[in-house]
Design a protein around this ligand. Structure first.
Ligand SMILES: [Cu+2]
Length: 104
């Protein structure tokens, strides 16, 4: 019992160090949301639910990245490491856009 309580205490203390994972799907040539609020340390998992390829990249000053192009059923993940506004786009479909507000 004491061991169990110690484990719970450790998990409770350590858990906030891990960020949340925000799942954003790509379906019908659109992101499942146009805007997202997240914290530094959180991750976003992008999942392609369309029967064709999508891409994920950002040219934002805050954080730029290129997760490449991936097929139906595949996912790509990015970790948000700085506060600010991150615009996420798809190179295959320029109309796809997601704005992520990253806070501390
Ligand atoms: Cu796309």
């Amino acid at each position: 019992m004491r061991y169990l309580l110690a484990c719970i205490a450790i998990v409770a203390c350590v858990a906030p160090a891990f960020g949340a994972d925000h799942v954003v799907t790509q379906s019908g040539k659109a992101f499942s949301t146009a805007a997202l609020r997240a914290k530094v340390g959180d991750t976003i998992s992008f999942r392609n639910e369309d029967p064709f390829v999508h891409n994920i990249f950002s040219l934002s000053d805050v954080q730029s990245f290129d997760l490449g192009t991936f097929a139906k059923g595949e996912s790509r993940q990015v970790k948000l490491d700085k506060p600010g506004k991150v615009e996420v786009e798809c190179a295959v479909h320029p109309e796809m856009r997601l704005v992520v507000e990253v806070v501390k």
